[in-house]
Design a protein around this ligand. Structure first.
Ligand SMILES: [Zn+2]
Length: 343
């Protein structure tokens, strides 16, 4: 497995900067790895299988993006006889340009397809960069509808009272929904690489999320359905159905699982993530059954105490979302006409 780090060009005027950077490198070499990454804002690219690459951003809170999606998502690409297919485009056109830069270091072939695993903005806000490359943007029909909704919702936020801040943060962003859709499955035959896209999670109010399977490479891109050592966003995703889906893909002929956040994992890493979800559900369920309110559960269950993972800032929301799903519905208010009359 090869790991590439991005490099920038150097000229004579950069020398003082390079010396300062060398000093910082020396200083930060003695700090934990994450400290170094945050300072330099690096990403890495792993060739997980021949001609299958994963672009992995460091855990950095981006300032120039939607404040609801400040953490760049992992993305990928595969080079085939018929051109390039890209899987997800991260949370900004700037990161998508990093991704394009890494593709162009390796090939001049046309970028045929961009596949969005879901409508999550941190996985599709880079789409516009690949429209410039004449790529066809693919997602499920439901995810496309969610992308259009997001674009409208973002417009509304930008034109609200404090919207000028958001406009400044997202200057130059053009939300670009998918251009080609499918319902449940789609197959792309790209010569030496077959790509199978399948919608797996849809149920009730869950967002529509697809996985991208490269059978000959035994590699599966799971988007938001799998985070590797990052606390996940649960949102309205049905957590029981989610666990079922993870069990299902654990049985597939796959040895490399690419997450929506974090580095590629093996089967054991995926199982660990599924076990985390099962543990979380059991913990929340137990506390609710003991009579704790959802607010008390959120206060008593501090996930980073048990799991030393990235995105600790998301941990309270992760618990809150599971509480919302598992808490018994509040009793309906008694209509005024049925209430005993006071004196
Ligand atoms: Zn994400």
């Amino acid at each position: 497995m090869w790991i590439f780090k991005n490099k920038s060009s150097l000229n004579i005027r950069s020398v003082p900067l390079v010396l300062a950077s060398s000093f910082l490198l020396t200083v930060f070499a003695f700090l934990p790895n994450r400290g170094l990454s945050v300072i330099l804002g690096l990403y890495s690219v792993q060739e997980v299988k021949p001609k299958v690459f994963v672009w992995i951003p460091d855990d950095v809170i981006d300032q120039e993006c939607d404040p609801n999606f400040t953490r760049a998502a992992t993305a990928g690409f595969t080079l085939t006889a018929h051109g390039v297919a890209v899987i997800d485009t991260s949370n900004s056109p700037m990161h998508a340009r990093d991704l394009l830069f890494e593709i162009r270091r390796r090939t001049d072939l046309p970028i045929q397809y961009v596949i969005n695993t879901s409508a999550a903005a941190d996985h599709m806000l880079g789409n516009e960069v690949f429209t410039d490359e004449q790529a066809t943007l693919i997602s499920t029909k439901a995810a496309q509808a969610e992308m259009f909704e997001y674009r409208q919702e973002l417009f509304d936020r930008e034109h609200s009272e404090q919207g000028f801040r958001l406009q400044a943060r997202m200057r130059g962003f053009h939300v670009t929904p998918s251009t080609k859709t499918f319902d449940e499955k789609m197959m792309l035959n790209m010569g030496d690489q077959e790509i199978r896209i399948t919608s797996l999670i849809r149920s009730g109010t869950s967002p529509d999320e697809a996985v991208v399977y490269l059978p000959s490479a035994k590699t599966l891109f799971l988007g938001e359905l799998y985070d590797n050592k990052y606390f996940p966003r649960v949102g309205s995703r049905d957590v029981h159905r989610w666990i079922e889906v993870l069990r299902q893909v654990e049985g597939w002929d796959v040895d490399t699982y690419v997450p929506g956040h974090g580095a590629p994992g093996n089967k054991k890493d995926l199982v660990d993530f599924r076990k985390f979800l099962e543990w979380l559900v059991a913990q929340v369920d137990m506390r609710l059954k003991q009579g704790q309110t959802p607010e008390q559960v959120q206060r008593s269950l501090w996930l980073p105490k048990t799991y030393n993972w990235h995105a600790a800032d998301l941990a309270p929301e992760t618990v809150a979302d599971v509480c919302r799903q598992l808490a018994p519905p509040a009793p309906a208010p008694v209509p005024a006409s049925n209430q005993p009359e006071g004196r």
